[in-house]
Design a protein around this ligand. Structure first.
Ligand SMILES: NC(=O)c1ccc[n+]([C@@H]2O[C@H](COP(=O)([O-])OP(=O)(O)OC[C@H]3O[C@@H](n4cnc5c(N)ncnc54)[C@H](OP(=O)(O)O)[C@@H]3O)[C@@H](O)[C@H]2O)c1
Length: 323
């Protein structure tokens, strides 16, 4: 099969190489998937630059979509031919989705409804599972008010959609009219540009009774704004790092009985992953999940795809593996 892989950390153009290699065989409990689209996330380029690789080579990219073409022992052979979306393919595994085929435990190959395109399926894994964990770790959010910062980012967009679907009122922040349109289409009730003068006043006006939970892409940059609208006993969930760690105003947080929570999707419990997959599948079947703008690259051009994500491309960067 064709695969793009790297043998050590470095810049995309320096270390990502297109190779021919043997197609993996599914181990017991695994499925072999013909990848149609590979989804690229920030985690994929960040992992590629991390020193201390413990394997001799790595095929990048956690997310994807394709068709099951083989099953290992213990997996129902009726799954062959099933269209699936994939998550966590390169988590503790060498076979990411930047290849014609990948093998994953069968639970990481989730049936994709016929109504949903492979492109959309390849963009689900990391963003939607992360967003789900940020929203629902404390239980039901119906009737609550959620602030989603960076509402046109992949995780932010997913958080708006899932929170809206769950019956929450959603306030989203963005940095441009183009991003505002994306956040509104995802279901945000109020969208505010956090870079314009008067943003804090607009935020307080949009949430006169405060917000219950913040799903935050930049906790340090947004802390003053978040705390200005967070209700007592509110929760700020941070899922992204910044260039430097923030200073925490301990007394203010104590006074408000605020919870700061930090999540990483690779550490979610099987129960949290199962709940996310169940809700995402239900939302897909209902047709309540939309698509971000998509940017397609060939497998040969995987380095450019990684660079586009690193540069902050608006929308989903996908690698087209071909029919
Ligand atoms: N912990 C986890 O498990 C986990 C899972 C997924 C992703 N992540 C991390 O989360 C980050 C975002 O991932 P993504 O896939 O959603 O990336 P993305 O699609 O590039 O979106 C990032 C968004 O954040 C916005 N943003 C940046 N600074 C902001 C600020 N101060 N206030 C409001 N919005 C801000 C950006 O828009 P503007 O620049 O226009 O504001 C952009 O829309 C990455 O660092 C990624 O590594 C972590």
């Amino acid at each position: 099969m064709r695969a793009v892989r790297y043998e050590g950390p470095g810049a995309a153009g320096d270390v990502l190489r297109l190779v021919e290699m043997e197609t993996p065989a599914p181990a017991p409990g695994e499925v072999l998937v013909r990848v149609r689209f590979s989804g690229v996330n920030p985690t994929d380029w960040k992992s590629r630059t991390r020193v201390g690789m413990v394997v001799p080579w790595q095929i990048p990219n956690q997310d994807g979509a394709g068709t099951i073409v083989g099953v290992g022992a213990g997996v129902d052979p009726a799954r062959v031919g099933q269209r699936v979306w994939l998550f966590h393919c390169a988590s503790g595994r060498q076979y990411g989705t930047a290849a014609d085929f990948t093998c994953v435990p069968e639970g990481q190959a989730v049936p994709l409804p016929d109504s949903i395109s492979m492109q959309q399926g390849a963009g689900l894994g990391i963003p939607y599972i992360t967003a789900h964990g940020c929203l629902f770790a404390g239980g039901d959010i119906s009737g609550s008010t959620i602030l989603v910062t960076g509402g046109a980012g992949a995780v932010g967009h997913a958080a708006i959609e899932l929170a809206h679907r769950a019956g929450a009122r959603v306030i989203a922040t963005v940095s441009s009219p183009e991003k505002a349109a994306i956040a509104s289409a995802a279901g945000a009730d109020v969208v505010l540009n956090y870079r314009v003068p008067g943003f804090l006043d607009d935020l307080r006006a949009a949430a006169p009774h405060g917000v219950d939970r913040v799903v935050d892409v930049a906790i340090g940059a947004n802390l003053v704004a978040s705390l200005s609208v967070l209700r007592p006993h509110g929760v700020i969930v941070s899922y992204a790092t910044e260039e430097s760690d923030p200073t925490i105003p301990v007394r203010q947080l104590m006074t408000g009985n605020v919870t700061l929570a930090f999540v990483v999707v690779y550490g979610f419990t099987p129960q949290a992953i199962g709940a996310a997959v169940g809700d995402i599948s239900a939302a897909l079947a209902e047709g309540s999940l939309g698509r971000l703008p998509e940017h397609l690259y060939s497998l040969e051009d995987t380095a450019s795809a990684h660079d586009a994500v690193e540069a902050g491309a608006l929308g989903k960067v996908l690698i087209d593996l071909g029919e």
